[in-house]
Design a protein around this ligand. Structure first.
Ligand SMILES: Cc1ncc(COP(=O)(O)O)c(C=O)c1O
Length: 483
């Protein structure tokens, strides 16, 4: 069997088969192929199917397995997928993943990932330059925005909370706290809890009607926290928020942070890529003033999961966040251990994350990001304008990014029922399979939510979506109590 598992000719055959199938799939999806955007089978049925398949002692054919996975997956390359913030990967980036997976260079130290390490540093340097950061900036790639936020906040604690927490535990010294937009991604609150700051360690900053942090709330929030005995170490700003795509006022927040000796961490996991668009770059003005920031390549930069850049304005902090002894991997005494990346990351082994970005940049070109972001952000504004003209639709908030939140409000229905009605019509719509959209809560109210991630989604698709929403709404009203 080992011989079979490593047979080069089998690999060649299966590889060609897979790439051919995926190329067909891509073309079909982009043509809005006649298959559901979202598979119909629910979790129980799918679990049962795969359990049974595994329990069956016989082998299965490679082609059949590929087909099954394709059928049961959500199709991100289909322009009518407008659900969560996951990129439809540019095909070259998937090939990079294959190369990375095959070589499996584990990246912890230079010796077990020479090319991957150098590529990672090159990609980070390029991104820092594009952000307008100076040469002191440096960073790491990590497995997702959640770990990226944790890494940035660990740096904040190390730099503003005193070095003792790392050695002596979270309970040494006064309680630490971080000021966070109430619209922040949950991973920020989770990171603070992982760090031992607890619920008290998270000070929520109020937002305005565009769901951006109110700069005038910063000073009173800081005063109140200090009066309660907390040592505030940092502010987390969104660029942009997950739920509605709101960009916080970074220049004002950066100024406040500087004046008060606070660390500024910017969560630009989704919206940082706006920096590539000449038209929308203004949205991230001030991002280069953050002490730490995260940008996900697997959101608005056309890469598959996972790859997150964590950049530090002063890269020297990297040497201080994690200090760990591991004689078998990280020997003492190196003067400049930048090349042994595990010193500075939560992960030990990790994928060659920079490779997909490098291949995209060098085979397609950087301009792809400008075109992508501009198109997606333009479409959200065009769609918002369409919604504004429809009397039975209500836009929750003017979109700043490529996230649009709205709901259907048929006139005959009491306002108190709109949320539940939209949640039900969304279930129906997703079940029909022609579109995939999600929902969110804004000030406790349920809204439909679109993230326009697919560069080939058109305004015609979205007009068709509105017609489908109306059809599903009628169905919901006709089947009250029968779902
Ligand atoms: C603003 C923001 N930050 C962080 C995250 C978490 O990123 P990941 O899913 O890569 O862990 C998300 C995910 O949607 C996000 O939108």
């Amino acid at each position: 069997m080992l011989q079979q598992a490593f047979d080069g000719e089998v690999f060649r055959r299966q590889g060609h088969q897979l790439v051919d199938r995926l190329a067909d799939y891509l073309q079909q999806a982009l043509r809005r192929g006649d298959f559901p955007v979202m598979p119909g089978a629910g979790p129980k049925a799918l679990r049962q199917e795969w359990r049974q398949l595994l329990a069956d002692p016989g082998p299965a054919s490679f082609a059949d397995l590929v087909e099954k996975v394709l059928q049961q997956s959500i199709h991100l390359h289909h322009p009518r997928n407008c659900g969560h913030q996951v990129a439809p990967p540019a095909p070259i980036t998937a090939l990079a993943e294959l190369l990375s997976a095959f070589l499996n260079n584990s990246m912890a130290v230079f010796e077990v990932g020479p090319a991957g390490t150098a590529i990672e540093k090159a990609v980070l340097g390029w991104l820092a330059l594009r952000l307008g950061m100076d040469l002191d900036a440096d960073g790491i790639l990590t497995s997702g925005g959640s770990l990226g936020n944790l890494t940035g906040l660990l740096a904040a604690r190390r730099e503003r909370g005193g070095s003792s927490s790392w050695e002596e535990g979270a309970r040494s010294g006064p309680p630490l706290a971080v000021m966070v937009s109430e619209e922040s991604h949950y991973s920020v609150a989770r990171a603070l809890k992982i760090m031992g700051l607890g619920s008290r360690g998270l000070i929520k900053l109020p937002v305005n009607d565009r769901l951006q942090v109110r700069p005038e709330s910063l000073a009173p929030s800081l005063r109140a926290a200090r009066a309660e005995g907390s040592q505030v170490i940092a502010i987390v700003a969104n660029a942009c928020s997950t739920s509605t795509g709101a960009y916080d006022p970074l220049p004002e927040i950066a100024e406040f942070a500087k004046k008060n000796g606070l660390w500024l961490h910017a969560d630009a996991a989704h919206g940082g890529a706006a920096l590539f668009s000449p038209k929308y770059r203004h949205l991230v003005q001030g991002l280069d003033r953050a002490d730490s920031l995260v940008i996900d390549f697997h959101k608005m930069m056309l890469c598959p999961a996972l790859a997150t850049a964590v950049l530090f304005r002063d890269g020297r902090v990297l040497d201080r966040i994690f200090s760990q002894k591991a004689g078998y991997l990280l020997p003492d005494g190196l003067q400049s251990p930048w090349q042994d990346i595990a010193r500075n990351t939560i992960e030990c082994t990790k994928k060659m994350m920079g490779l997909k970005v490098m291949l995209l940049l060098k085979t397609v070109g950087e301009g792809v990001f400008a075109e992508y972001v501009t198109r997606a952000y333009d479409l959200s504004r065009d769609f918002a304008a369409v919604l504004g003209e429809e009397v039975d639709f209500h836009l929750a908030v003017e979109p700043q990014a490529n996230i649009v939140c709205f709901r259907h409000q048929p006139g005959a229905m009491p306002a108190g029922q709109w949320g539940e009605y939209n949640a039900r019509l969304r279930r129906r719509l997703v079940g029909q399979g022609r579109f995939y959209i999600v929902q969110t809560a804004i000030a406790g109210e349920t809204y439909l939510r679109l993230t326009l991630m697919n560069p080939f989604t058109s305004l015609d698709d979205l007009q068709e979506l509105l017609a489908e929403i109306r059809r599903c709404g009628r169905w919901v009203l006709d089947h009250q109590g029968q779902e």
